[in-house]
Write a protein that binds this ligand. Structure first.
Ligand code: ZN
Length: 274
């Protein structure tokens, strides 16, 4: 088995604070990979390497041997799918609820046992670590490349402005608006729908749109939040260029929090350069 020169043979340590299942899976997956990939003449060498690596990571020899034997047995006699086992699989119903809880070496097992009796399946996640809290390895993209944004574009010749949403980077959406405006095709010829309310405003009024003054009002964490956020922008800020018939429809139940959503907007230049 080829290993890159930078490979350190470091896997989950036997002393790690994690479930036995995830520790055992280290031995199981390395062994299974050896059986799946190695040519017969190299298999023994690779199995010995797996044994050495697991020992280096602190696994006791009995544990290594028993799991490696189990993998070998399953590889040589793969389980046959019989009609009876197929029927059993069909009858096993999925749990009504799955919960992900942080793993704790002493408390997790009892909790899992109790919840299993109530048809709740538990999966384990690692809790928040100091590393999670203190380090930030990802840099945020510049505003115009941020996805899931609500933006505002003003008209140069009247007080009108337009509030829109896009799940793509704002630059992409603005290029489309501007192209519709430049090519004078704000209306889709096949459907009669207005493709760009901004281009439509410009072509019907003769006004000039101030593309470069486009500002990002806010960006949402996920695409699912865009509709409600745009709805809040339209209801509270009343942009005159928007078309009422194309606005997202949201339940009136949201009305009490719309001003709060709009108040959280922090407009920043979108960095357009047309
Ligand atoms: Zn205008």
């Amino acid at each position: 088995m080829y290993r890159k020169p930078t490979h350190t043979n470091l896997y989950v340590k036997y002393t790690s604070c994690t479930t036995n299942a995830s520790k055992n899976s280290v031995i199981r997956s390395l062994t299974r990979r050896a059986y799946d990939i190695c040519s017969p003449q190299h298999l023994d060498t690779e199995l010995q390497t797996v044994r050495d690596i697991c020992s280096l990571n602190g696994f006791p020899p009995q544990r290594i041997d028993s799991i490696m034997t189990e993998v070998r047995r399953k590889f040589l006699n793969p389980p046959q799918l019989t009609l009876a086992s197929f029927n059993r699989q069909l009858q096993t119903t999925a749990p009504s609820l799955t919960l992900s809880l942080p793993f704790h070496p002493t408390v997790s097992k009892p909790i899992k046992r109790i919840l299993q009796q109530h048809d709740v399946k538990i999966t384990h996640s690692s809790g928040t670590t100091l590393q999670n809290i203190l380090t930030k390895t990802k840099t945020s993209p510049p505003p115009h490349l941020t996805p899931n944004a609500i933006y505002e574009t003003p008209c140069k010749d009247c007080n009108g402005f337009y509030d829109g949403q896009t799940y793509r980077p704002v630059t992409k959406r603005m290029e489309e608006h501007e192209r519709c405006y430049r090519l004078n095709n704000a209306i889709d010829e096949d459907t009669g729908n207005i493709k760009s309310a901004l281009a439509h405003h410009a072509s019907t009024s003769g006004h000039i749109i101030d593309w470069n003054e486009t500002r990002i009002l806010t960006s949402t964490r996920t695409r699912a939040h865009l509709d409600l956020t745009e709805h809040a922008a339209i209801q509270v800020r009343k942009p005159t260029i928007n078309r009422v018939d194309r606005a997202p429809r949201c339940s009136q139940l949201w009305n009490p929090i719309l001003p709060k959503i709009a108040a959280s907007f922090k407009p920043r230049p979108a960095g357009m350069n047309f």
